[in-house]
Design a protein around this ligand. Structure first.
Ligand code: SF4
Ligand code: SF4
Length: 318
């Protein structure tokens, strides 16, 4: 079972990090450096200490993220660089990526940022918080959405599909009643979409006969993450602090919805995200599901199903 190291203390987590072997001298630290005005995204001081830990050992890490697809200073490389420096990330070399090689899994093709595709090792530093479309965002989302081109980001959001197998349906209408968007209805004994499906997967999970299959955003992100990490080593650091309702892409990420918990480190991205969610739910209940009407575990379950990692974990408190 994958080990996930946990501590409320950042200093203790730095001591754990010191013990990991890193295969490459120059490597990216993949992180989200925060939207303009967002006061809850990761504090640059934490990042600086992680950066220095490796720099003092002779490594050459650089801070890495990609341009975003929505309207923001972060939608251009120069705009993101300027913003990152203004936010306090001026102690290290910063690289903002976009295009790169394409990879495919089943029906999904994604374009991975060149710098990620060419790295043998990635240090994945993620802030765990809520997300309106995926329930929560952790390491899987940081990589799956954050390491791909602008075009692929748009594709990941738009390529969701809904499939219903009539032969399996017992017409209980559980799906219709559980859909948070009111998107489902029966017409002449056929289950059809009448409105905007956000790909949350709640109907799929609620259906007692598995008659519904949704390929949604959570699944797309898990697949994208798997493609980005193919043939690579990585270490995940998840920060469970400033746990906001919405993600770091918002200038105003909403209120803090759960008290600070601490830091997790591990080598299995699914296990680290699963342990993060487990700790949050232990402290604050099913907070993300309550707030967003989306089951955040679907991302973890899909990631495990496609072979990205294990949803089982052993927490080692340090
Ligand atoms: S995936 Fe979510 S939004 Fe789409 S039909 Fe199912 S429950 Fe409704
Ligand atoms: S929940 Fe499943 S079995 Fe029930 S009506 Fe919907 S598709 Fe049919």
């Amino acid at each position: 079972m994958p080990k996930v190291y946990f501590s409320p203390s950042f200093e203790n987590i730095l001591k754990v990090l010191e013990k990991f072997k890193i295969p490459e001298r120059v490597f990216p630290i993949k992180l989200h450096m925060g939207e303009i005005g967002n006061k809850y995204a990761i504090n640059p001081e934490y990042v600086r200490k992680i950066y220095l830990l490796f720099k003092e050992k002779g490594f050459e890490p650089f801070l890495f993220d990609t341009v975003v697809a929505y309207s923001s200073p972060r939608s251009t490389k120069q705009g993101y660089l300027d913003l990152a420096k203004r936010r306090g990330f001026n102690f290290a070399r910063i690289v903002i990526g976009d295009k790169g090689p394409k990879r495919r899994f089943e029906d999904l093709e994604i374009e991975i940022a060149k710098e990620i595709a060419e790295s043998e090792f990635i240090l994945i530093l993620s802030h765990v918080k809520g997300h309106e479309l995926t329930g929560f965002g952790g390491a899987i989302k940081n990589v799956g959405m954050g390491c791909v081109s602008k075009k692929s980001k748009i594709d990941l959001h738009s390529k969701t599909s809904f499939n219903w197998e009539s032969s399996k349906c017992i017409f209980c209408k559980t799906c219709v009643n559980s859909c948070p968007s009111g998107a489902l209805t029966f017409q002449d004994s056929n289950l059809v979409l009448k409105g905007n499906c956000i790909g949350c997967g709640i109907c799929m999970k609620a259906c007692p006969t598995k008659a519904i299959k949704i390929s949604g955003l959570q699944r797309n992100i898990a697949i994208s993450c798997k493609l980005c990490l193919e043939n690579k080593e990585y270490i995940c650091i998840n920060w469970l602090g400033n746990i906001t309702k919405y993600c770091d892409c918002n200038s105003d990420p909403g209120p803090i919805v759960c008290q600070d918990i601490g830091w997790l480190v591990g080598r299995d991205i699914v296990a680290v995200d699963a342990a993060s969610l487990w700790l949050i739910e232990k402290k604050c209940g099913k907070i993300f599901e309550r707030l967003h009407g989306i089951d955040p575990w679907l991302q973890i379950e899909t990631a495990e199903e496609i072979g990205l990692g294990s949803s089982k974990f052993e927490i080692i408190k340090v």
